[in-house]
Design a binder for this molecule. Structure first.
Ligand code: NAD
Length: 470
């Protein structure tokens, strides 16, 4: 365990972490008070000096060794994700294997992305100069992560930050901190000096205290809009990476392979019980196939097995808390009050919420306009691609979008006109490769994750220029 966490946990209270499915406690972590933020910053300052002095070879070796250790113990990590986040075994396994990949990509980046030669002599007046730029660490990065991908989203911040030579203060979600702590333990077992990453477990007040320090050079945040706005207000002059929410549209045109589209959209909508920032929330279906798509999609939804995520045949586990499931029911009930027609689902039992499909949702209600982050999907009939594009783009923020069609021109038009950080053709919105640039368009989104892109955000160029005297 990280030194700071160990000493803090001896002196203060604990946050209990419970299994979302049955409420049984699966662990407890130190509830570090905001007054201790100064001490954490002090540790990180030393960590920044240490990490900066590690060679690229050493940073890469730590990340690669950690990847191998996580791969070796993949079942332990899988069980932990199932227990603290309520993901099904299949979903948790996928997250662990993606984490291994993220760490390996980070090791590659440490070796590869050291800077470039600058062609000074390509410009008049600079013919007698030559030089280069290097990629230097920023210093201290505060990384704040959400509950829904408790391992791989942490790796997406720690991997590139360490590759770039930074110290990190990691504040994981207080709902799912155990996978994050285990990953940091594994980094240390792989040879990372203990002060390079400080795990600061605690609530919002601790996060707010940490982001406000002048010594912090960057905040890498993944979470909700309201939290992102609060952080931006508390932080002052610092670099931000903000990965916030989505409300992903998928367009289904009449010429597509309908069976394939239904299958992809079912996975896109209900993976991780819909608690997925690129999960499909709105499906815009051309009228020629609307009834057929609806029939198949509702039948597929009803066939999903909802329940204990630890059982291998479960498709949809619980939501993160009973309160989240109750809030989802309220949002859906409100949409029904405003005219939406319920096609299936909307039953809450504790943290379980049955996959829910609606149609005729009023465009003014929050289910259409805002991220629901739940196993809820809206079907909407459209006549033309132009209608679909305008509806798809209507929310004020967006991460990913998708389109199913066999018409190349329609696909390319959608790729051009959809206002999103990623457009998936013949796939649901829920596709991501850890090496690709990942982030949103429009309100709130700042910067990109995806290892190379996060590494570039987390380093700064330094120019060295030599004037040749003779
Ligand atoms: P959240 O915003 O409630 O919490 C995220 C983190 O911020 C937690 O660690 C929390 O303790 C911390 N926090 C809360 N208040 C804070 C404050 N005032 N100052 C500093 N830190 C504070 O988010 P959540 O409910 O854990 O996660 C769900 C959200 O995350 C959804 O909106 C989802 O779309 C988003 N998300 C986005 C991506 C992406 O890559 N774009 C990925 C996953 C999740």
């Amino acid at each position: 365990m990280n030194d700071f966490l160990l000493s803090a946990s001896q002196s203060i209270g604990f946050i209990s972490v419970s299994n979302p499915f049955d409420g049984v406690e699966v662990g407890a972590v130190a509830n570090i008070p905001p007054e201790d933020a100064q001490m954490i910053i002090q540790t990180a300052k030393e960590g920044a000096r240490v990490c900066r002095s590690l060679s690229r070879y050493e940073r890469a070796r730590v990340l690669e060794t950690c990847a191998l250790l996580v791969e070796r113990d993949k079942d332990t990590f899988t069980d932990l994700i199932v227990a603290e986040a309520g993901k099904t075994v299949k979903q948790a396994k996928k997250e662990v294997s993606r984490c291994v990949n993220t760490l390996k990509l980070s090791a590659d980046e440490a070796r590869r992305n050291g800077g470039e030669v600058i062609p000074f002599d390509a410009y008049a007046g600079s013919e007698n100069r030559q030089g280069w730029f290097t990629r230097e660490p920023l210093g201290i990065i505060v990384a704040i992560t959400p509950y829904n991908d408790p391992l791989n989203l942490v790796a997406h911040k720690l991997g590139p930050a360490i590759a770039g030579g930074n110290a990190v203060i990691l504040k994981p979600s207080d709902l799912t901190p155990l996978s994050a702590i285990k990953l940091v333990d594994y980094l240390m077992a792989a040879g990372m000096p203990s002060n390079v990453v400080s795990v600061a477990t605690g609530g919002a007040a601790l996060g707010e205290a940490l982001v406000s320090f002048r010594d912090v050079r960057m905040i890498s945040f993944t979470g909700g809009f309201a939290t992102g706005e609060k952080i931006a207000k508390s932080a002052g002059l610092k670099k931000f990476a903000m990965d916030l929410g989505g409300n992903a549209p998928v367009i289904v045109l009449g010429d597509c392979d309908i069976e394939d589209a239904v299958e992809s959209c079912l996975s896109g909508a209900f993976w991780a019980a819909g608690q997925n920032c690129i999960g499909t929330q709105r499906i815009l279906i051309q009228s020629s196939i609307y009834e057929e798509f609806k029939k198949r999609f509702v039948a597929g939804t009803k066939a999903l097995k909802v329940g204990n995520p630890a059982l291998l045949d479960t498709d949809v586990g619980p939501m993160i808390t009973v309160q989240s499931a109750a809030r989802t029911k309220e949002v859906v009930d409100a949409a029904i009050d405003q005219g939406a027609k319920l096609l299936c689902g909307n039953i809450q039992e504790g943290a379980l919420y049955t996959p829910t499909v609606l149609e005729d949702v009023n465009f003014e209600c929050s289910l259409w306009r805002q991220e629901v982050f739940s196993p809820v999907v809206v079907l909407q009939q459209i006549e033309t691609l132009d209608d679909a594009l305008s509806l798809a783009n209507s929310p004020e923020y967006s991460l990913h979008a998708g389109i199913f069609t066999n018409d190349l021109h329609a696909a390319l038009k959608a790729a051009d006109k959809l206002e999103a950080g990623g457009v998936m053709i013949n796939d649901s919105s829920d596709y991501r490769l850890d090496a690709m640039p990942f982030g949103g368009f429009k309100y709130g989104s700042l910067g990109r994750e995806g290892v190379r892109f996060a590494y570039e955000e987390m380093t700064q160029p330094k120019v060295v220029c030599i004037r040749k005297i003779n």
